[in-house]
Structure formats: C-alpha cells, structure tokens
Design a protein around this ligand. Structure first.
Ligand code: OGA
Ligand code: MN
Length: 280
C-alpha cells in the first residue's frame, strides 16, 4: 500500500505514512484521505514540507477547494491564507486571536461550512501554539441517551460577535466595530444529522444562545457541551513540528490553538475544502 494510516487515539486522529511523497498526489490517495478524515476527524502528515503550490494541489485533489481568502490590498482571492499574529503580515489579527477559543470555521457565513481545513506549519512558536481538536461526532455519540433526546430539537444562534466576546475588550474599539459590523448571524440545529446518518454537534464560540431558552440557561448549556466535547477521550492536541501538514473535518470537530505570542513568528498556511452539506 502506498499510503497507510496509524491511529493516534482510540476515538480521534490518525497519522499518515507514505512510501514515496508522490504517492500522496493521486486521485486514489485523495479519496482515501477524504474517507479517513471523515472517519478519524484529524489527519497528521508529519514533516511533509509542502510548498504552497503542493498544498493547493493536494487541496484540489481532495477538493473542491474553497477560495475564501481575500487579499485586503487588492481584493483578489488568494490561494493561501497566512495564519499569523504578526501585524506586519496580518493587519487584522483579531480573527486570529479568536482561534484561541473552541470554534468551527465558516459557521456564520451564507454557505455550507467548509468540509475541511488544512494547515501547513511554516514556523512553530517556541512556546504554546499547539492546536487542539475535539470530535463532536465522538462527543455526541458518548452523551447519555436522555441528553441526546433533549438536544434533538434545539437550535442555537451563531454570530461573529459571539465569537469575539472573549476578546472584545482586548482589541481596539475601531477594529471590533469593523469586524462585528458585518453582523453575520445564523441559526443552526445543535445536532447536525449528516447525509451519512452520523450526528455531530455545531458548537463553539460562535454559538451565542439557544433558541427558546433564557440567555443564561442556553449559554450554560453550550459551555457544558463544549467542555464535554473537549474531554481527553474525544480530543487530540497536536504538537507542531515545522513542515507538519494537518487536515481536519470541520463539520465534525471544534478546534482551538493554545495561546502563543504575537512576536513568536508562528506561521501557518491555510487552505480549505468547500462543504457539500448545509447544517441540518
Ligand atoms: C484557523 C485556526 C488554528 C491554528 O486558521 O481557522 O483555527 O492552530 N487555526 O492556527
Ligand atoms: Mn479555525
């Protein structure tokens, strides 16, 4: 077999092993990778050292690649989004500070959430900067039956504003206003029943409150669900090495990064795969 997978933890994660690097750039490998991401939530390709062109190529093979990175200067769509807190490279690091808290990508926009997010580690932080993933498939599965019944009909309201609530008073007012004036708000069921029949949960910092419940009770429930999903059994922490490439199923996981310093030089190159399913 040209590529193989080794599980990292019983309920989440797999590491990819390949004989020859070019074995990864085939339709056949892309199909196996896609299936494995859905099954294991997070796939780690240790020290693959992708160039940007190769990252775009592998993203397109798994595909379809989602173009969602707009160059702030030219307004053009960019192939690679640079995840960094370095103000010289990212004039609007507010979104990146938001990654310190459990979230899913693309939950408040008018399109199905991305199927997968792909990160290549260009420079790791000397301290912090590990990325954590929590499988909301495994977490849902592990809930007591009574709680599954209780969640079945519930919906949560998601917003960009909610996702920034932890850092609102830590960023300049003008920037906070610029980001929140976009005002995206979406209502999603808490339990996402996928076309496959499997169920995951749509939770994380974008989730503001629960429809039909008091703000306090709904928020407390959302926080408890986050804590439940973040248990060691359902989560995996990736300790980055430069060149590592990680792909995760954004439709069945929350993720966050352990805080790192803006001067650390940490740099990740990100691409995304478009979602095919709206939350339902
Ligand atoms: C992201 C993100 C995590 C990280 O880019 O959406 O959450 O480890 N990144 O930088
Ligand atoms: Mn993210």
């Amino acid at each position: 077999m040209a590529i193989r997978f080794e599980n990292l933890k019983p309920k989440i994660g797999a590491s990819v092993v390949w004989d020859s690097r070019e074995d990864l750039f085939t339709e056949e490998a892309a199909k196996l990778i896609r299936e494995k991401v859905e099954e294991r939530t997070v796939l780690v390709f240790p020290k693959l050292n992708l160039s940007d062109e190769e990252q775009v190529q592998i993203t397109e093979l798994i595909g379809p690649r989602q173009m969602m990175h707009v160059d702030r200067e030219t307004g053009d769509l960019k192939d690679i989004y640079q995840v960094t807190l370095d103000r010289k490279l990212n004039p609007q690091p507010e979104y990146v500070l938001g990654t310190f808290f459990w979230h899913m990508d693309g939950i408040t926009v008018d399109a199905p959430p991305s199927f997968a997010t792909l990160l290549s580690c260009r420079r790791k932080a000397p301290e912090g900067g590990q990325t954590e993933f929590a499988s909301t498939y495994a977490a849902y599965e592990g809930l007591p039956d009574a709680e599954k019944v209780q969640l079945a009909e519930l919906k949560a309201v998601h917003s960009v504003k909610a996702s920034l609530s932890h850092i609102a008073d830590a960023i300049p007012q003008r920037e906070y206003d610029a980001v929140t004036k976009i005002g995206l708000i979406k209502e999603h069921p808490i339990v996402w029943t996928h076309g496959s029949g499997r169920k995951s949960m749509v939770i994380g910092t974008t989730a503001d409150h629960v429809v039909g419940q008091s703000i306090a009770a709904g928020r407390a429930m959302l926080v408890r669900l986050q804590e439940w999903a973040a248990q060691p059994d359902y989560s995996y922490r990736h300790q980055w090495e430069e060149g590592d490439f990680v792909v995760w199923d954004n439709t069945g996981a929350m993720h966050r990064v352990i805080p790192y310093d803006a001067r650390s030089g940490r740099m990740m190159h990100r691409t995304s795969i478009a979602g095919t399913e709206a939350v339902s």
